[in-house]
Design a protein around this ligand. Structure first.
Ligand SMILES: [Zn+2]
Length: 204
């Protein structure tokens, strides 16, 4: 573990990971309240949270939360996806650019400040593939967000009580992996694992 490098690595501020799940297929019959049982179960196992609330943003993205969702969170999700779809269209991508294609889990942060003291609500994830990388904190990493399901598109972001622009950025950055998976599989493969270098934004 190289703490100093971690702290000075700007990209670590929005460190993010993609977990490759072998059971990416989903059945429409599994749809439950805007999400589905499989992605809810996955999100609960990754975060250790219990998600009790399911709602939609004004633009139609699905949001699943542990506590009653704040209006600022829903706006941040819409803002992040709006930015993501705009840059995706600029690249000629067309697939999965609808708000309703996305399910955003908003989890309890495992820290709210990074080691420099900056506001940084992050979730700790067990991440074996990051062992020895700049993100490694000893078998787990703090990540601002995590994309973990391609169909439906699902990602986790931490609850924020201010700096909702950061929350929007995390949605936008993690959403990049999902947009790339559906539109540019080669670039997706190259950029899916940040432990091998690279960071966000991938799409400019
Ligand atoms: Zn990422």
């Amino acid at each position: 573990m190289n703490m100093r490098l971690l702290l000075t690595h700007r990209r670590a501020l929005v460190a993010a990971i993609v977990l490759f799940i072998s059971t990416l297929g989903t059945s429409a019959s599994a749809q439950v309240g805007g999400g589905n049982r499989r992605v809810v179960a996955q999100a609960e196992s990754y975060t250790g949270d219990t998600f009790n609330y399911s709602t939609e943003t004004p633009r139609g993205a699905h949001v699943i939360t542990r506590v009653r969702p704040r209006p600022e969170w829903l706006r941040a999700v819409d803002d992040g996806l709006t930015d993501l779809f705009a840059v995706a269209r600029k690249h000629g991508y067309r697939s999965h650019l609808n708000y309703a294609d996305y399910t955003i889990f908003i989890a309890k942060p495992d820290r709210t400040r990074d080691s420099t003291g900056a506001y940084s609500p992050d979730v700790a994830y067990v991440a074996p593939s990051y062992r020895g990388s700049i993100y490694d904190q000893g078998g787990f990493i703090y990540a601002a967000g995590m994309a973990f399901s391609f169909d439906p598109c699902a990602l986790v972001v931490a609850e924020h009580d201010h700096d909702f622009q950061r929350m929007a950025n995390v949605v936008r950055y993690e959403g990049e992996h999902l947009v790339l998976y559906h539109n540019d599989r080669r670039l997706f493969q190259q950029t899916a694992d940040h432990s091998k270098g690279g960071g966000h934004p991938i799409l400019q």
